[in-house]
Design a protein around this ligand. Sequence first.
Ligand code: ADP
Length: 327
Amino acid sequence: MIKIEELSKSYNDFKVLDNINIKIKKGMIYGIIGRSGAGKSTLLRCINGLESYDSGSLIVDGVDVKSLNSKEIREFRKNIGMIFQQFSLLSRLSVYDNVALPLRCWKYKNSYMDKKVKELLDIVGLSDKIHSLPRELSGGQKQRVAIARALSMDPKILLCDEATSALDPKTAKSIMDLLCRINQQLGITIVIVTHQMSVVKRTCQEITIIENGKAIVNGPVNEIFLQQPKALTNLIGNKDISIPTDGVTIKILLSDKNSKKPIVTTMAREIGIDFLVLDSELDNYRNNLLGSIMINVDDKHFHKVKVFLDRNNIAWTFVDNGNNQVN
Ligand code: ADP
């Protein structure tokens, strides 16, 4: 549905997007993640034709965005809704009129517009706020209005630029859940730009991690989590855990297959060793329960641990304790 190949873009001499390759399948919730300034929003704006690019191609539903003239691009944008961190509602207009705005611009009949606006406000759970002004709404409610407005032209794609970044965690979750529901109910492809792992965990099926304009890692979220590429740890940052300088510290990665099994206690019993548990976490990544347990093992026991984990097909990685003496 969206095929980005070798796409590059510079502002003067500064390369914002550098040879980006991404494929986003129809009906998917896809995350473009990275730190502030990585180039995520620029890429999103290229997808809906708001921004041009210097080289490469960007095909949306079989159409090369660059080949469109200004009239065609207006039509093309009807198929793409967009929401932003700052909601971008018109303060003078009621909830109804904000949602109706694109339909008015495209001169839809009043009867169709009325039905559509009410239907959309029902989907986003704001029927009772139909006559309110934006200033009478909470942040989460404003974003719901923005979502309803973005859906008014029945788009095939919804682009979300840091749509939950200005919201408190609970409200952000409810917006993420709404996006997942819209994706399932209406079959809309959703592309989410975010710097927040919580958004990735709750919503995305596949992601691209962007660093300094380069797409460093692409793929399904659970696979990337299990591979623990450096780009991911760069993004998540390290927890403030004091890693012992003695012994070997490793992170046991829990996939959906084994996250409910008592791996470490079984291992301790089977190979008859003790070790320190330094950290553990378990999170829902959409329908997958993924997590990790960080342990520190005496040097002389490490080989047994490695054999146990490998024999049981349990993924793990070394955690650098500063002396890098591991082999
Ligand atoms: P992100 O969304 O990942 O935070 P952006 O795509 O907004 O990153 O910006 C990427 C880089 O491009 C930043 O360094 C930003 O300053 C620069 N940039 C963005 N828009 C422009 C512009 N219109 N002119 C010049 N530089 C820009």
